[in-house]
Design a protein around this ligand. Structure first.
Ligand code: DLL
Length: 446
């Protein structure tokens, strides 16, 4: 077997350099061949897609170049829910399907995806690229602190560890003090978990009397599954002494590894050999030029069991124009700034929680922990923002608290044009999360 694990080119580490550094033409050829196969597979084996394509008057043979992508039907989360459980599978669940994952349906049915062994291998390859991107390789000890289970975080990172030949510590999430102890005792160098959990692990280590940045071997962190800010990245990097990269994915499309930052941290390289990314205006569904923000839409190119045509993620991002210094040619998407469905409309002004997070992160007196509580007062949405102070802040001085609250309110008003009630709360009073943080509490329907 070829050792794919330790490709060093200049200062950069690669897992699959021949794919990650492809020329634009070679990539387009590969994408087109794979798109044709995918469309044929969908049309032949998934009645939902045959119906949709027939309704649009498109046959697989009509897809004669990548530019024909726009002729294909969209797929939405609702379509996947309606197909519950296996209606969008291209193969029978009793045949070669190795594993099932499902995303938690807070409303309605869960969305279910199946994986053949090849699907799992591809997934592992995509995550393994992320491990190399943060400097890891076959010699690494990888601590997986994403939850294992139907959520794709834990097992996705695990497969990445297998593909790159790392030693895997399958902690799952939770039991934070033990995470810290093993991280230290086992000499873990790469951590994979949500950014909120990385921060909690760092804070717990410090509370336990360690200085992980100096005393631990940890050097890289692959963090994702939720939006996070540059300030939060800085805090995690400083406290743990790591390079922290952002990894993106969604269960419907594959899981973590659809895209991942390299250590230059200038956007997430999309695994374009396995997925076609489109950025569309969410209202008109027209394509947007590189650099403009819109809804991210993916078409899978290699999935055998659960292929998807033009899946509308509802996530908002953009293509980062230009080339990356790391030498990868795979294009980069920007950090997710929000979802079309988590936008708050505060007295007519559209605001994403991530924008609020961005504003508060400029205050040295407060931590990255915050919570937004939405209620209705006299027919209008009311927003209460709770922010937690750093331990050094003198919480006994009412005057200081009021002054800080006033300054945050003013900053939000001048940056985002919204009026928000701000309550500064004591350290450690805001809930901590071991998986995805739930920062917005919506009490409007209650
Ligand atoms: O969160 C898969 C994943 C696991 C990604 C581990 C990265 C790391 P779902 O539970 O299906 O899958 O949630 C997918 O989470 O549509 C985004 O809204 C959000 N999301 C995922 N990664 C990021 C990220 C996993 N890096 C949904 N930044 C997606 C911001 C993210 N949001």
């Amino acid at each position: 077997m070829v050792d794919q694990t330790n490709h060093q080119i200049g200062a950069e580490r690669f897992f699959q350099p021949e794919l990650e550094r492809m020329s634009a033409d070679a990539l387009a050829d590969l994408q087109f061949t794979r798109l044709q196969q995918t469309v044929k597979n969908c049309y032949k084996n998934i009645p939902f897609y045959k119906q949709r394509m027939d309704d649009l008057g498109v046959k697989p043979a009509d897809i004669s170049s990548l530019d024909d992508l726009h002729r294909l039907p969209f797929t939405t989360k609702q379509d996947m829910r309606d197909a519950y459980p296996f209606g969008l599978f291209a193969i029978n669940v009793h045949d070669n399907v190795q594993r099932l994952h499902a995303s938690s349906g807070t409303t309605g049915n869960a969305t279910v995806c199946g994986y053949t062994q090849k699907d799992i291998d591809v997934w592992g390859d995509c995550f393994a690229r992320g491990i190399a991107q943060v400097g890891g390789g076959s010699e690494s000890i990888l601590q997986v602190a994403y939850g294992y289970g139907l959520f794709t975080g834990g097992l996705g990172a695990h497969e990445g560890g297998i593909r790159i030949g790392a030693t895997i510590l399958p902690m799952s999430s939770g039991n934070t003090r033990r995470q810290v102890q093993m991280m230290k005792d086992f000499g873990v160098d790469i951590l994979a978990c949500t950014p909120s959990y990385a921060l909690l692990i760092a804070d717990t280590a410090i509370e336990m009397g360690y200085n992980p940045a100096k005393e631990f071997k940890i050097s890289g962190a692959i963090l994702g599954a939720e939006p996070w800010s540059e300030n939060m990245r800085q805090e995690i990097e400083e406290k743990l002494g790591v390079t922290a990269v952002d990894i993106y994915g969604l269960s419907e499309v594959m899981g973590p590894g659809v895209s991942c930052e390299c250590r230059y941290q200038t956007g997430l390289h999309v695994a374009e050999d396995h997925f076609i990314i489109e950025i569309l205006d969410p209202d008109t569904l027209r394509p947007l030029p590189d650099g403009e923000w819109g809804e991210v839409v993916f078409t899978t190119l290699t999935k055998e069991c659960s292929p998807l045509l033009r899946y509308r993620t509802r996530d908002i991002s953009r293509i980062v124009p230009g080339h990356c210094s790391c030498g990868r040619t795979l294009r980069r998407m920007d950090r997710i700034t929000g979802r079309t469905d988590d936008m708050l409309i505060i007295r007519g002004v559209n605001v994403f929680p991530s924008q609020i997070q961005q504003v508060i992160s400029s205050f040295a007196e407060v931590t990255s922990y915050y919570q937004i509580v939405l209620t209705r007062k006299e027919q209008l949405d009311h927003v209460l923002l709770k922010v937690e102070t750093v331990p050094e802040f003198d919480f006994d001085e009412i005057r200081k608290i009021e002054d800080l609250q006033r300054r945050i309110v003013a900053e939000l008003k001048s940056n985002l044009q919204v009026t928000v009630e701000v309550k500064v709360v004591e350290p450690k009073s805001i809930e901590r999360f071991e998986g995805k943080a739930k920062r917005v509490q919506d009490l409007r329907q209650l």
